[in-house]
Each structure stands twice: as structure tokens, then as C-alpha cells.
Design a protein around this ligand. Sequence first.
Ligand SMILES: Nc1ncnc2c1ncn2[C@@H]1O[C@H](COP(=O)(O)OP(=O)(O)O)[C@@H](O)[C@H]1O
Ligand SMILES: N[C@@H](CCOP(=O)(O)O)C(=O)O
Length: 292
Amino acid sequence: MTFVDGPVTVRVPATSANLGPGFDSLGMALTWYDEVTAEVTESGLTFDIEGEGADEVPRDETHLLYRAMAAAFDLLAEHPSGLHLTCRNTIPHGRGLGSSAAAIVAGVVLARALVDGGEDRVDDRTLFGLATDLEGHPDNVAPALFGGFTISWVDGAAPETLRLDVDADVTVFVPPEAVATSVARGLLPAQVPHGDASFNAGRAALLVAALTGAPERLISATEDRLHQTYRAEAMPESYKLLRQLRVEGVPAVVSGAGPTVLAFAHGVGDRTPDGWVERELRVSSQGAALVP
Ligand SMILES: Nc1ncnc2c1ncn2[C@@H]1O[C@H](COP(=O)(O)OP(=O)(O)O)[C@@H](O)[C@H]1O
Ligand SMILES: N[C@@H](CCOP(=O)(O)O)C(=O)O
């Protein structure tokens, strides 16, 4: 028998990438989770999907979770006769809270857990590389897999990450309409002024210090010149809320590629625009974890 008996369940956190100046590098796991169960069956591919995206995502081999599982099974050189996948989705899609990274990380972790002795054959670093290839950038994948606050970079072809434990109060303001990450990436220029690159390098370094012991620096440390303004046209309400919070002295950023706005504070929910949803969260020290 190549596969374990019975179902395997994984819980994966939402993530916020960039955090202002750390484009495609910084990210953090949040206390907001999707849960997915996978079981090997005799044949076919079947789904039970509830919650976010249940009416939109496909129920076939093109489902993102399945595509990630298939890539991991290829790596393990094991292929199940069939699969049943149960998805309990709570992370909203296309809002800048890492739903695609959560699905990909859930898929690669589940595939490894379903194979007998999978953990001895594929280590976490390899899973991180595979998941990053599928997502296209490491900044959501790293905290989704490892939890906490992560600084990620790409060394040659291989992504690397450094994980730090941080504790922070976070409020996310989630608008009703999605903006696909691919669309938001398409708004970025191919080149940026040297002064803006230098500005962000200083702020990103300061943000690491601010999150690990100098919270009074968060307002300066969350400034950005590399992505947020370029994307404002696709999310004008988010940009307006971002400016309003920052003028009031609340350290706020666009979460990931947007349109969610993230503030490093609790007790700011009275700024929530009509029709939006706000949630007070913390940093999740735990990344993807199998549920016993
Ligand atoms: N749990 C999921 N199951 C299936 N597909 C998903 C899931 N989560 C995300 N996706 C796919 O990823 C898309 C959203 O990814 P993206 O635009 O990167 O936004 P974000 O990752 O910020 O939520 C969805 O429209 C859907 O196609
Ligand atoms: N660095 C990426 C982050 C995308 O995060 P998501 O949660 O919006 O998928 C970018 O800014 O494009």
C-alpha cells in the first residue's frame, strides 16, 4: 500500500504579503484559516466545497488545490487511483489575503501526507520550492507553510525564507469586490526610479526592526513607493481608506496585491466603509498543520 488509510486534513492560514515596502518578499500568517480534507478513493475526482468561492471554483482537474496535489504527486512519483476533496473555505478569494497560496500549500502538504513515508521523501524546503513555482512568488507561500513573519528571497532559481516570530494586532478591511492578483501585477511598471528602490529598501529594513521590537516606527516602516500607488486605479476605495488611516497615524498598507487594507492596530473598525467587512486578527505563529 503506497497511500495511508483514511482521510487527511490540513488547516492553512490566510496571509498578507508585501506589508507595504516588502514587495514579493515580506509576508505574515494571519489567524484566519481554510481547512481541507483529502482521501484516496478507487477512482475519479470528487469535491465537497463550502464557503468562499464555492459557486465559482471548478470541480475538476483544473481546481487549484488539485493542480498543486498533482504536482506534488509527480514529485513523489506516486499517483492515487482517485481522490475525494472536502474544502471548507473561509479566506475570501481575490482580496489580497493569500487564498491562492493557501490552496496551493494545502495541496502540496496533503499530497505528501497521503503518501506513506512522504515526509521522509520530500522535506519542507522542497515543498516550499514547489509551492512557490506554482504561485509565482514566495511571499504568501512562506508564511502559509511556516507561519509567523517571513522574509523571502530567490537565490538563483530556488526560493529561500527566514521565519521570525512576531506578535502584532492586525485589522483587515475587506471590500466586497475582488481584484485578481494577475490584474494588479499587470499595473506595475517594468522599471522604477532608483530613488524609489532606495526608499523601499530602507523602509523594508526598518519594518523588520519595527515588527520585532520597535512598534513606534511602524508608521514610517510601512511606507511604499513600489506598488501601492501604481495599483490605486484598480482599487480607488482601498487607496482612499489607506490614506485616511495613515493621515490619522494608523500604520496601514494594502494587503498583498489588494484590495484589502491591513492596519497594524485593533479598535479601528469604525473606519470600515459601507459594504466592507472588517476583522480583528493576530499573527498566526502556526503555518499549514495537519489536523489530528
Ligand atoms: N480554496 C480555493 N480553491 C480553489 N481555487 C482557489 C482557492 N483559493 C483561491 N483559488 C483561485 O485563486 C484565485 C484567487 O487568487 P488571487 O487572484 O491570487 O487572489 P488571492 O490569492 O489574493 O486571494 C481564485 O479566483 C481562484 O481561482
Ligand atoms: N507580492 C504579491 C503578493 C500577492 O498577494 P495576494 O494575496 O494578493 O495574492 C503582489 O503584490 O503581487
